[in-house]
Design a protein around this ligand. Structure first.
Ligand SMILES: O=C(O)c1ccccc1N[C@@H]1O[C@H](COP(=O)(O)O)[C@@H](O)[C@H]1O
Length: 214
């Protein structure tokens, strides 16, 4: 996933409209993410994503589907309708491994972090999304515009390629990369005007700021 010697890689997540998708593609995002979770303000259906991706060119970013405690049937229904390159899973490590086995796709496991002990020592899937742990009463386990102490990952011997997520913005992403040592970053709220409403200028600024640090 991340290229240790190359540019920082960027995922723009929670895409719901064609302008945001085109902007992310043109600005050089490495991944675009779609949220298949009804309680999210960025929730999309498989049919909507298929329509969005219809006109995207061959040099498009890889597509990531987010699933929260989803059954095999739910994942299968999405994959029947639309192309997804990677599955980002909010569930137990065992469930993430089972989904990887069942659907033969790369799987990233989302890990909510508040303290150093939350950082995983092992990983049996293809990547980790390291983000701030959501409050217990939150509607959703991610996409809450919350950051955590980025210095926690600085000396972490990561067991797999990983992305830094949670509360990143065009304004703080360079500091987040420098402090955390991340080589891949993931944003949703920080490039929006309101939950679910992406701002094309902020998408461009985020990608530029992440790449500027090199
Ligand atoms: O974006 C959502 O609504 C969402 C819902 C359920 C699980 C994850 C979700 N978002 C992901 O959370 C991280 C951090 O997002 P943010 O930048 O703090 O808004 C990222 O991977 C989002 O795609």
């Amino acid at each position: 996933m991340p290229d240790p010697g190359g540019d920082v890689r960027v995922k723009i997540c929670g895409i719901v409209d064609p302008v945001a998708l085109a902007t992310a593609c043109e600005a050089g995002a490495d991944w675009v993410g779609f949220v298949f979770f009804a309680r999210s303000p960025r929730s999309v259906t498989a049919a909507q994503v298929a329509t969005l991706l219809h006109d995207v060119g061959p040099r498009s970013p890889q597509t990531v589907g987010l699933f929260v405690r989803a059954s095999d049937d739910e994942v299968a229904r999405v994959l029947d309708v639309t192309r997804l390159d990677i599955l980002q899973i909010y569930d137990t490590p065992e469930r993430a491994m089972a989904i990887r086995e069942q659907f033969r796709r790369p799987v990233w496991l989302a890990c909510g972090v508040a303290t150093r002990t939350d950082l995983p020592e092992t990983c049996a899937v293809d990547g980790l999304v390291i983000e701030s742990r959501a409050p217990v009463d939150a509607d959703r386990p991610g996409g809450n515009a919350r950051s955590f102490d980025w210095s926690l990952t600085a000396r972490w011997p990561a067991p797999a390629p990983w992305l830094l997520a949670g509360g990143l913005t065009p304004e703080n992403v360079a500091a987040a990369i420098a402090t955390s040592g991340a080589r891949a970053v993931d944003v949703s709220s920080g490039v929006e005007d309101a939950p679910g409403r992406k701002n094309p200028g902020r998408i461009r600024n985020f990608i530029q700021a992440a790449r500027a640090i090199g």
